[in-house]
Design a protein around this ligand. Structure first.
Ligand SMILES: [Zn+2]
Length: 302
């Protein structure tokens, strides 16, 4: 859990990190969230500050209107009324947001999309998800599940996605898919001890694949190129739908820098026919984007 005290102008004055320890079960995770939030409010008061609102963001399906964490696989949440629980405990106006949507909100308002009204934020890590931000606000969809660009079908009959369908974008181009596809291509087992060729014997990460592709290794180059092409297809669909000025790419894969952005920009622009070419840039706020965005959402709702 990344936590912060944020001033109304978006400046962070204090940050904390705490383990989620999801293995303890959802109730314990909720208790920890409430304890940590209470501790932060106490810290603010002890420093002579006046906490005015609380923002919480979680992954999965989030109903922002009702403040319910509908479904979060990695923390085991199922219909948890997190907003009301926190508001009760802290006595502060509270909002509940979705991790990628609030991350997009922060990037659009304070980060790489700053100064542009229409932004598509795409986070590429173990999965791929997006937020469409217009004039500083991201819509969550009718059921709290907007922005699932990772499940756009880009390769019919392609690799099996975690959602159960074959050929979704994230089954080809997420950081974990890139690592998995490279391991398959090189005959390395899932534990990566055999055939991997890496210096440490650990499985090659997506970043390693980018490095090896740049060094001219054929299997890495092929897996990387296929991921870039699939991402370009997904982003082109996003641009056809949303016509944004700026596409901000964040998450672990964005760390690959020009090895990702140069070929991806070229492939995306190749796919634009009458559509305007969006600016394609790397996220600027790192892994604090979600935290900042939760604060912005809370300040908006005050
Ligand atoms: Zn899928």
């Amino acid at each position: 859990m990344k936590c912060a005290l944020v001033r109304p102008d978006g400046t962070t004055v204090h940050t904390e990190r705490h383990p989620t320890d999801a293995g303890r079960g959802p109730d314990a995770v909720v208790e920890t969230i409430l304890d940590v939030a209470e501790g932060l409010a106490g810290k603010a008061r002890a420093d002579g500050r006046d906490p005015v609102a609380l923002g919480i963001a979680v992954p999965g399906v989030v109903d922002e209107a009702t403040g319910v964490a509908v479904w979060s696989a990695n923390v085991g949440f199922r219909d948890v009324p997190l907003r009301d629980l926190a508001a009760q405990r802290l006595g502060l106006p509270t909002v509940l947001g979705h991790d990628v949507r609030v991350g997009g909100l922060a990037e659009a308002r304070l980060g790489a999309g700053r100064g542009t009204g229409h932004v598509l934020f795409v986070a590429i890590g173990t999965g791929i998800a997006a937020a469409h931000v217009v004039d500083g606000a991201a819509a969550g969809g009718a059921h709290g599940a907007a922005g699932e660009i990772g499940h756009v079908l880009v390769r019919p009959g392609g690799p099996r996605c975690g959602c159960g369908r074959d050929g979704c974008l994230e089954a080809v181009a997420s950081a974990s898919a890139i690592a998995r596809r490279y391991a398959e291509a090189t005959g390395a087992g899932p534990t990566g001890t055999a055939g991997d060729g890496g210096p440490t014997g650990t499985p090659a990460s997506a970043a390693d694949v980018a490095d090896r592709a740049a060094a001219g290794e054929p299997a890495a180059a092929r897996v990387w190129a296929e991921a870039v092409e699939a991402l370009a297809d997904g982003l082109a669909t996003g641009q056809a739908l949303y016509d944004v000025e700026t596409v901000v790419v964040g998450g672990g894969l964005a760390q690959a820098g020009p090895r990702l952005f140069d070929p991806l920009r070229a492939a995306l622009h190749e796919r634009m026919t009458f559509h305007r070419r969006p600016r394609l840039v790397a996220a600027a706020l790192g892994d604090e984007a979600g935290c900042l965005g939760a604060a912005l959402l809370a300040l908006d709702a005050r």
